[in-house]
Design a protein. Structure first.
Length: 154
């Protein structure tokens, strides 16, 4: 069940706190192939199962780093129910890292901690979120990023 945050006061009330994590779901080879097709990134470590079996130390197709990063946006809105805003925009990412490979067949989830809430003028609030695409059973995440969203309260 998503965490409900309502308006500017809801954001401020959750500042500098853990917000939770989504459910685990598997990374599929089909998802990796679809991303490769969408981005024209068909490097063998992602898509060539035969070569991966012979040459890759990872033993399975790797999800693209940018695929793991892109999961943050969609999963973010599965984790949080945000009410009381005219508009919410993705403002960018900082400190992006890919500490551990996410391979096909492994399960992942998004974990989020809220950072600072700052006023940006004309009613806009900027919020930093410390996000991790975690891999089930692994110590290091597949992706860690500080993402910034801007909120215009209703």
């Amino acid at each position: 069940m998503p965490l409900k945050i309502t308006g500017a006061e809801g954001l401020r009330a959750h500042a500098n706190q853990p917000l939770g994590a989504t459910d685990w779901e598997p990374m599929t080879f089909e998802r990796i192939l679809a991303f490769a097709d969408a981005t024209d990134d068909h490097q063998w470590i992602h898509v060539d199962r035969e070569r991966i079996a012979k040459e890759s130390p990872f033993g399975a197709p790797l999800a693209h780093g940018y695929l793991t990063m892109s999961l943050i946006g969609g999963k973010f809105f599965q984790l949080l129910e945000l009410d009381g805003f005219k508009m919410i925009i993705n403002y960018g990412a900082e400190k992006l890292r890919f500490p551990s490979p996410l391979t096909a067949g492994k399960s992942f989830r998004l974990a989020v901690d809220m950072g600072e809430v700052t006023e940006k003028g004309k009613g806009w609030l900027q919020v930093s979120f410390h996000t991790r695409i975690e891999i089930e059973g692994e110590d290091k995440p597949a992706c860690a990023a500080e993402v910034l969203y801007r909120f215009l309260p209703a």
